[in-house]
Design a protein around this ligand. Sequence first.
Ligand code: ZN
Length: 101
Amino acid sequence: MADGKITRIGRCYACRETFGYDPDTVTTVLIDPQTRLPPGMTPFGTRRQPSPAALARAEREPICPRCVERARRFREEQTADPSAGWPTWRRDQGDSGSQAP
Ligand SMILES: [Zn+2]
């Protein structure tokens, strides 16, 4: 049996799936309810110094184990080859059945 006891049902902030969790052990992320983003994160995904007001109103939102695992794998891939970054889309690598003239 899992070590944590499921005492609450909630929605994962990342995938919005409902899941049961133990509030004492669940992974959470701090979210500003006004922007629905972590304090200090811009809508463009860049970081800035969070305002004290944003930090004060931010709340902890639960993350389901599947999303925690996905984030861990993503981080591992990024650390394994930091130069990889996001793959660059190139026109000459389009799908083989391209209908472009
Ligand atoms: Zn999730």
